[in-house]
Design a protein. Structure first.
Length: 75
């Protein structure tokens, strides 16, 4: 994805990975919990790729991670 927001997408993915690991979840467990594929989680969390998520998915992720959605978007 070529976008001027590439760094924001990467930061989002790294935050998702951080909170997922903090909860002791594997990518596979997290993917199952939000009803997505493991490869989707791997793509979103990749520090070299810019992959977005829908708001619906962002809200599901925040619920599973037991955080507020805005925490994933803060700098």
């Amino acid at each position: 994805m070529d976008t001027k927001y590439k760094e924001n997408y990467i930061r989002l993915g790294l935050k998702i990975a951080y909170y997922r690991k903090l909860r002791g979840m594997t990518q596979e467990q997290f993917a199952e919990a939000i009803r997505k594929s493991w490869s989707f989680i791997a793509l979103v969390e990749s520090p070299s790729k810019a992959a977005g998520v829908s708001l619906e998915t962002l809200f599901k992720m925040a619920d599973i991670l037991e955080i507020e959605p805005y925490e994933l978007l803060q700098k």
